[in-house]
Design a protein around this ligand. Structure first.
Ligand code: DQA
Length: 147
């Protein structure tokens, strides 16, 4: 099963016009297209989801069990607040990579703490939209050890 779920959290649908000096100019559609190009080249299936709702993200993670072999998630603002998303990741036991476009450690102090990081396999942040590709590459090469 070479199937990965990519989850974009709240306000990621606004990329392109949302604080471009922090998040860049790429829209969510463009990021998703680049992700699907990577997936085709890499011979894996990627399902892409965006939600502004915590419960929907929890449901998505819950559905991933036995269907996806890894989750790449940008929990966005829920990174800093959501026990529910953290618990969902622990509950399904699928490796999850936490990704962020911006370097959360060089920003406001409230962004320095991630509730997700302790249950994530690893974290990628600060590389703009390329953070997603780095996360997917890490899943492939480091976690699943595929060439
Ligand atoms: C973000 C960083 C979060 O702190 C913020 O709330 C976001 C986006 C990022 O990708 O850089 O919405 O996850």
């Amino acid at each position: 099963m070479a199937k990965r779920m990519v989850i974009h959290g709240p306000n990621i649908n606004l990329l392109g016009s949302r604080e471009p000096t922090i998040y860049g100019n790429a829209t969510l559609d463009e990021i998703n297209q680049t992700t699907q190009q990577w997936a085709r080249r890499s011979g894996v299936t990627v399902e892409l989801v965006q939600s502004n709702h915590e419960g929907e993200i929890v449901d998505c993670i819950g559905r991933a069990k036995n269907v996806f072999d890894a989750i790449v998630i940008n929990p966005a603002a829920y990174t800093h607040t959501s026990v529910a998303i953290r618990d969902a990741i622990s509950a399904v036991g699928i490796p999850a990579i936490e990704v962020h476009l911006s370097n959360i450690y060089s920003r406001e102090e409230f962004r320095h703490h991630s509730l997700i990081a302790p249950v994530a396999y690893g974290q990628v942040c600060g590389f703009g939209s390329f953070s997603y590709i780095l996360g997917l590459e890490a899943v492939k090469k480091v976690i699943l050890k595929q060439s």
